[in-house]
Design a protein around this ligand. Structure first.
Ligand SMILES: [Zn+2]
Length: 442
């Protein structure tokens, strides 16, 4: 006869196997490649979470429980208040809380559980024990139940997850944001992509129908719920524009700094940004009739970015604020001196956050987008000044940030090749899938 524990083990593996299959069917567009998982060492001594508190009681032994309910934590409710609300007595509630505290003195979720956090529970009765379980953070679960002598048991487990790699392709059809969403790229990855490329691309003027962006990134998938736990990191980005073919690879140097570099190891960061605001918030660059999205001309010696009122404006580079406040037709205005050669200016702001003389870092928020001064609608007017004269940001070639040190280049090329090979394999897999699909149709 099979021991109950072996039955449990079998069913658990069957369950994990099935969820892997299920996930791969679901995410067709993203070819899947499971990487060997590096887990933080602190997680090593935890067992895996199970699908329900019932399974945990089956595995660990304990008093049988009744129907499992789910409820969400209300605003300002801690576990104590929650247990009382759902029908636990004062005595039971106190016993449960103090047991958890004594078994896990450093656990801080009991003080403040996030609003809407879901708790699974079974109410105790004369014949049945109780069961409680809920997630702690993204990667752990807490289980509380009773053994057959009604003593309270607790266990913290790690949730089983897998890592998948995705190769996403955005083809610009209307605006950047909508095209990205349609491609299935997670929002957090998109905003990261925009940040990395914002140094090299003017998202307002340089995008055209048919431009292609490729992103290679990882996701962690919860094997119990099949939900995405986290989308990151990005390993590779490419942009194919009319005048630009950009490729950037993630690389962590020996001093622990992670940045993106082109094929030759040159930083994706430039001394100044081409798009000094979140490019994801820009109104459509082409076919936009609402705002005049002006380019650089003799009459208009800067470039305009149309985005919603209040959009944060970034310092395009490190420097010192040289002017901050009202400046005639420019409205609320900030000018930054970056070095002996370059200055940048930002006009029509609704708010300025930095005073004259403030030292600032690239990417710091210096104000918010507005429509002050002589302005036809909410937009940022951005100027790059070289030796005191406005120059065309689209034409200017800016020096890049800190490149990969010579003695780490070989290592970088190796990493680059690994990433390229993975991308190549995924492209091939996608083509094969599409081929198989076409064959099935015939
Ligand atoms: Zn302008």
């Amino acid at each position: 006869m099979l021991h109950p524990f072996s039955i449990f083990l079998l069913s658990f593996f069957f369950f994990v196997f099935n969820s892997v299959n299920f996930a791969s069917k679901k995410s067709y567009a993203s070819s899947i490649l499971i990487l060997p998982e590096k887990r933080p060492s602190i997680m090593n001594h935890y067992d895996y979470s199970l699908e329900s508190i019932n399974d945990m009681i089956l595995k660990e032994g304990g008093k049988a429980i009744g129907r499992i309910n789910k409820q969400k934590i209300k605003k300002n409710e801690n576990l104590h208040l929650f247990l009382k609300r759902i029908g636990f007595s004062d005595k039971q509630t106190n016993a449960i809380i103090s047991k958890i505290k004594s078994n896990y003195p450093s656990i801080n979720i009991l003080r403040k559980i996030p609003t809407n956090h879901e708790i699974h529970y079974a109410i105790p009765s004369d014949n049945l024990g109780f069961g409680i379980n809920f997630k702690i953070g993204k990667y752990k679960d807490l289980y509380v139940w009773q053994n057959n002598s009604k003593e309270i048991q607790t266990k913290i487990t790690k949730r089983p997850f897998k890592v998948i790699n995705n190769l996403n392709k955005i083809k610009i059809t209307d605006n950047f944001y909508n095209s990205a969403l349609r491609s299935g790229l997670p929002k957090e990855i998109f905003s990261e992509l925009v940040k990395i490329l914002g140094f090299s691309i003017d998202f307002q003027r340089e995008l055209r129908k048919g431009n292609v962006f490729e992103t290679f990134y990882s996701q962690k998938i919860d094997l119990i719920t099949n939900e995405i736990i986290e989308s990151n990191p990005i390993y590779y980005i490419s942009a194919n524009l009319k005048d630009h073919n950009l490729k950037f690879y993630r690389f962590t140097s020996r001093d622990g700094e992670t940045n993106f570099y082109d094929q030759d190891g040159k930083s994706s960061k430039k001394t100044l940004m081409k798009t000094p605001l979140n490019g994801a918030r820009l109104s459509s660059g082409f076919g936009n009739r609402k705002h005049p999205i002006l380019g650089f001309t003799k009459m208009h010696r800067g470039v305009d970015f149309a985005a919603p009122l209040g959009t944060p404006i970034f310092a395009a580079g490190d420097g010192i604020i040289e002017y901050s406040g009202w400046n005639g037709a420019y409205g609320k205005y900030i000018r930054i001196k970056h070095n002996g050669t370059f200055k940048t200016a930002y006009a029509h702001l609704s708010k300025v956050y930095k005073k004259r003389g403030t030292r600032i870092k690239q990417g710091d928020i210096i104000g918010t987008l507005g429509s002050t001064g002589r302005s036809t609608g909410p937009h940022l007017h951005y100027e790059i000044l070289m030796h005191g004269k406005q120059v065309n940001p689209l034409r200017i070639k800016l020096p890049s940030g800190k490149n990969i040190p010579r003695n780490e280049l070989e290592n970088f090329y190796k990493k680059q090749e690994i990433i390229n090979n993975k991308i190549f394999a995924m492209r091939k897999k996608t083509i094969n899938n599409e081929f198989a699909y076409l064959k099935n149709l015939n």
